[in-house]
Every structure is written in C-alpha cells, then in structure tokens.
Design a protein around this ligand. Sequence first.
Ligand code: GUN
Length: 292
Amino acid sequence: MIMIDGKQTSQTIRNEIKVAVEKLKKEGKQIPGLAFILVGNNPASVSYVTGKGKACEEVGFYSVTERLPAETSETDVLALVQKFNNDSAIHGILVQLPLPKHIDEQKVIEAINPKKDVDGFHPINVGKMMIGLETFYSCTPFGIVELLKRYNINPSGKHVVVVGRSNIVGKPVANMLLQKKEWANAVVTVAHTGAKDISYYTKQADILIAAVGKPNAITADMIKEGAVIIDVGINRIDDVTKKTGFRLVGDVDFENVKEKSSAITPVPGGVGPMTIAMLLVNTLKAAENSNQ
Ligand code: GUN
C-alpha cells in the first residue's frame, strides 16, 4: 500500500513556485499578489485563510487579508471585491466560503473578475473547465489530479467513482477526470445522497474519491481490493486528548480501508495541503497572464 503524501508533494510544488517567483523578480516583473476576503469567524475558515496566507508568504507572494465582521452587508463585500478587481497589484481574489447566510454567495463569486478567480468558481471558468479549455481549475480537484500525476497513477480507462456532488469538489473533479486528456480520460461515476445504495457504486471503483463531509462514510466493505482511495473529507471530531479539543479525520475509515487499498491519502496530510499548493499555482498563472 502506498501512502500518498500530500504534505510533501505540496512542499515540492511550493518550492517550484518559490523558484518561479525569484525568476519573476530577477526579470523585474511584478510578483504575484493574492487578496483574501474572510467574513465572520467560522473557525475552519479562519484556519484555512491563515494557512493560505502563510503559504503566500513562504513562496514570496504579496498577499492581503481583509477580515470582516459576520454582519458585513453584501454591498460592502461586493465593493471590496470591486476594489481588488481594480487593484493591479492583486492577481487573485479568494473569498472564503461559506459566507454568512444574508450574503448571496453566487452573486459574490460572479462579481470577481474571471481573470482573478484563482478558486475557479466563476461560472465562466467552470464552463471553460467543463468543455476542456484552458482556465483556472478549482484548487481541490486540481490538487487531486496533480497528486495522481505525481504518484504515476494514471486514471485513463479506469473507473473513477466520486462520492459527493458539491460545486467545489464533486462536480469539478468528476468533470476534470473525464476530459479527453492524458492525465484524465477516466470513466466517471458520481454517487450522491440520491443513491439507494452508495456501496453498489463504490465497490466498482478503481479510484474512489470521497467528498462526503462525514467521518467514516466509506468503510472497508464498500471498496474493491486494490482500489486507490482519495479522501477529501476534513471533519473535526471531539478529542479531549488534544490541546484544541478536536482532531481532523477524513470521510474514510482510514485504518481499515488502507489495508485493502493499493494507495490512499491520509487526513490530515493528503488532499488538504494540495488545495493550498494549487491556489499558489493558479495565482502564479494569473500573475504571469497579467505580465504578458
Ligand atoms: N471553502 C472550502 N474550500 C474552499 C476553497 O477552496 N475556496 C474557498 N474560497 N472557500 C472554500
């Protein structure tokens, strides 16, 4: 069984980006700039944005974080997005989701200039991705594809079963992996809460991508011997032995599933760090596009 190390792979990519930033600097070009907008105090969101900001610093990007109170109006969030749209030092804009209920998330996403949409959430970029055009791929699906590439796991002709149909992970990763490209070309099934028996689908997976958002949603009896398991879940569960009072687990019953799999991503240290690495990749690309 191969442990797919997202932490190390992410570090390798960050090092590659550091080198690319140095090169931009030497050539007298602008360094990539990324703006974060965080509304409210959702602990997971605060932790993600902090992690992403640190990653920017490490690779030499310019970054700004605007932290706004939970009561901020939709108009004010939209105005801030516009400000960053018009800021030539900013190449990428990331509005951390979820937003508070009184703010229309879709409206905010659509306010971002698609050229600065490093999350790949704008409908223009989603549409381009869907028909196989060059665009910003959303970071978690992009990270999964990159992990498979770097571990020489070729999805071509394989049956990929995605569990979950979110706009952030399930739908885009399914779409990416079915593209007629050398790093994709899989036969893809998307299983979701509408299925009568999820295990009917998961048992057929050569590559199983779990993006459910529930601990232990995928158990050993639900997978085929030798399957590749990609666990996208990041679930906080109470743990009094930890200083924070919680620990992170994925969607997969890791200890039992790993024995049956040929390769598996751990949580933490699997897909999570890759999401951050691919955000940096997209931001570098946005900056390079603007330098052209
Ligand atoms: N919330 C959970 N994942 C993400 C992500 O990749 N980007 C943004 N903007 N918000 C998220």
